[in-house]
Design a protein around this ligand. Structure first.
Ligand code: NAP
Length: 260
């Protein structure tokens, strides 16, 4: 018996920053739900390739595509590669995001701020522009759905830790509202999720490794549910917002934060 190529799915979704954490958990769930996937990664090709192999074994069409989504030229090349290698996009998850070492106001340097907003905010605009060009029913597309990954920090702030990150995520919330209302006239539903504190590797980029376990344990005690969230629990919310089950949900933010 010869192996046949996987059948094309109705859903083709691009996830930015998909190699690990919330992006990877979302890829796993969407693959189980029948999505073909474009997995964007920035630097860790090995993790992205291992994930792609895992998801291809489920019978899905999966491609990994390197791009720094903070750079609009690389974003354009990313979407061109999706067109060439997979076909017509139906979904986008603007997931890639960064923090930076904990800092108070005087540590928020111009270089740090520029990078934080390029990756966390400008990427959402640039990726959504590319998605709109392909999905818009006004441009001959078939519509689609977009989910932005914000943070509860947008509303809670993050004093002496990363107020720039909190501000960048507040910008994502505002974009979700504005663009959500704008894009629905193009047949595109945009919504967002605000995760609470989720057990991923991102926290190691803001706190010293030796302090991290105790800090996260103390944080967990302050969350009404009494624990950190799992990436898979955020993936469930993203997958629902992407799905036709959320057909009347537009420009909304969904808190997935254990009550925090
Ligand atoms: P993570 O484990 O650090 O993963 C982030 C991923 O984003 C990495 O795979 C990284 O790729 C990718 N990435 C970073 N900069 C990129 C760029 N310029 N271009 C393309 N990809 C880039 O983080 P996470 O916890 O899963 O976070 C995912 C999203 O959830 C972020 O937007 C984050 O702000 C948000 N969030 C997380 C939490 C939390 O507690 N974990 C809470 C609220 C919101 P490479 O490894 O290939 O470089």
């Amino acid at each position: 018996m010869t192996a046949s190529a996987p059948a094309e799915s109705t859903f083709l979704t691009l996830i930015t920053g998909a190699g690990r954490g919330i992006g990877a958990a979302t890829a796993r769930l969407l693959a189980r739900q029948g999505h073909d996937l474009a997995l964007n990664y920035r630097s860790d090709r090995a993790s992205a390739e291992a994930l792609a192999e895992e998801l291809r074994a489920l019978g899905r069409r999966v491609e990994i595509i390197q791009a720094d989504v903070g750079d609009p030229a690389q974003v354009a090349a990313l979407f061109d590669a999706v067109d060439r290698r997979l076909g017509r996009l139906t979904g986008l998850v603007n997931n890639a995001g960064i923090v930076a070492p904990s800092a108070s106001l005087d540590g928020l340097t111009p270089e740090r701020l520029r990078r934080m907003f390029e990756v966390n905010v400008f990427s959402v605009i640039h990726c959504t522009q590319q998605a709109q060009a392909r999905m818009s029913t006004r441009h001959g597309g078939a519509g689609g759905a977009i989910v932005n990954v914000s943070s509860r920090a947008a509303q809670r702030g993050s004093a002496n830790l990363y107020s720039d990150y909190a501000a960048s995520k507040a910008a994502v919330d505002a974009l979700t509202l504005s663009l959500g209302h704008e894009l629905i006239a193009h047949g595109i539903r945009m919504n967002g999720v605000r995760p609470g504190v989720i057990d991923t590797d991102i926290h190691a980029d803001s706190r010293p490794a030796e302090e991290l376990p105790a800090l996260l344990a103390a944080t967990a005690q302050g969350i009404p549910i009494g624990r950190l969230g799992q990436a898979s629990e955020i993936a469930e919310a993203i997958a629902w917002l992407l799905s036709p089950a959320a057909s009347y949900t537009v420009g909304a933010m969904l808190d997935v934060a254990g009550g925090r």
